[in-house]
Each structure stands twice: as structure tokens, then as C-alpha cells.
Design a protein around this ligand. Structure first.
Ligand SMILES: O=C(O)[C@H](O)COP(=O)(O)O
Length: 207
């Protein structure tokens, strides 16, 4: 069994997830449900017998709070945690703050789906998933991966699309494949890596 363990977890439900608003780099906090989801993720990871050595999170409150709640639930309060905006959510540009159903009514289902899930169609004034990969992947390679390869069990608490950017690379998904990969709030994904940094095994801890 590989000792090179990486866990990705999307933050728990945010106030803007609840209101169905495009969020991106805006900074709402977690809802009560979001707090519960983060704690449940910590309990699940503890039940797996995991103890992290290092954690990474974004510069946004919902991911940082999720990270703290996960670690707290695992008895790992105060663990070394690196915060970096490279892990921030994809910038939703001019869509930020708009209601997702209102956007569908205005621009159509297909256009909004392209903005939300395609690899290379950026929302107006914002980042495509390709742009998001371009900033998350160097951070992963330079900062996160060396920890994992040293055998430090590593937690990354971040966002739906900043994590989809990493998932695309880790799971070797095509642009078509990543369109269908959804990450639920507070749902951890456990990866075990080989020494050459390829993924040996990955498992969604909540289906
Ligand atoms: O930024 C947001 O609005 C959400 O966190 C993720 O949005 P999505 O489901 O449209 O990718």
C-alpha cells in the first residue's frame, strides 16, 4: 500500500451555494449545512485511519473554514496549513454574484453549461477551466506534490473548479471527461500515488 496519500475536499455548502449564485473569487462563509458537511468529511477521513501531516487551502474563507473543521474533527487542530490563492475557485468574472437560474433564462441552458463545465470556454471576464489548470497545476507540482512524494499525508481543501482542474490531471481525464466530473460539497477524494507521481488508486469517499 502506497504511503503517498493525497486527499482533495471541496468546501462545505456556502451561503452563495445555498442562494444559487455564481461565486468564484467572492468570499461568502459556510452555511450550517456546510459546517456539518465539513465535519462529516473529517469524521470519514478519521474513520479511514488517516492522520494528515500537512494541509493546503485557498485564500477564501469557505475553504479555510472547511480545512479547519476537517482537521478539528480529526484531532489535528493547529496542523501546518499553507494558504494560497493559486487554489482559489475559478474566477467567474462578470457572472459572479448572478443567480444561476437567471443566467440560464438570459443566455440559455447550453451557453451557461459551457461556461460552467467546458474545458476552454471562459465565462465573460473570467477564467476557463484551462486557465484554472494553468495556475493550480504549477502550485500542485511545486508545493503540494513534493510533500506527497516525501510521504507526508496531504489534505487540500479548496473549490469545485480549482479541484476539478487538479482532478483532470490526476485522473488523466480528457476535456470531454472532465465535463462530467462533479465534485459535491464536503465530499473527499482519496488518492494514492506511485513514486513517479502517477495515481495508483482513487476513491470518492462520498458517492
Ligand atoms: O463558484 C461557484 O459558483 C461554485 O462554487 C461552483 O460553481 P459551478 O457549480 O458553477 O462550477
Amino acid at each position: 500500500m502506497s504511503d503517498r496519500v493525497l486527499v482533495l475536499v471541496r468546501h462545505g455548502q456556502s451561503e452563495w451555494n445555498l442562494k444559487n449564485l455564481f461565486t468564484g473569487w467572492r468570499d461568502p462563509g459556510l452555511t450550517e449545512q456546510g459546517v456539518a458537511e465539513a465535519k462529516r468529511a473529517g469524521a470519514l477521513l478519521k474513520a479511514e485511519g488517516l492522520a494528515f501531516d500537512v494541509a493546503f487551502t485557498s485564500a477564501l474563507t469557505r475553504a479555510q473554514n472547511t480545512c479547519q473543521l476537517v482537521l478539528g474533527e480529526m484531532g489535528l487542530d493547529g496542523l501546518k496549513t499553507i494558504r494560497d490563492q493559486a487554489l482559489n475557485e475559478r474566477d467567474y468574472g462578470d457572472l459572479s454574484g448572478l443567480n444561476k437560474d437567471d443566467a440560464r433564462a438570459k443566455w440559455g441552458e447550453e451557453q451557461v453549461h459551457q461556461w460552467r463545465r467546458s474545458y476552454d470556454v471562459p465565462p465573460p471576464g473570467g477564467e476557463s477551466l484551462r486557465d484554472t489548470v494553468a495556475r493550480t497545476l504549477p502550485f500542485y507540482i511545486q508545493e503540494i506534490l513534493p510533500c506527497v512524494l516525501r510521504g507526508e499525508k496531504t489534505l487540500v481543501a479548496a473549490h469545485g473548479n480549482s479541484l476539478r482542474a487538479l482532478v483532470m490531471v490526476l485522473e488523466r481525464l480528457s476535456p470531454e471527461g472532465i465535463m462530467k466530473r462533479e465534485l459535491a460539497t464536503g465530499a473527499p477524494i482519496l488518492y494514492r500515488l506511485a513514486a513517479d507521481s502517477t495515481v495508483i488508486e482513487h476513491r470518492d469517499l462520498i458517492a
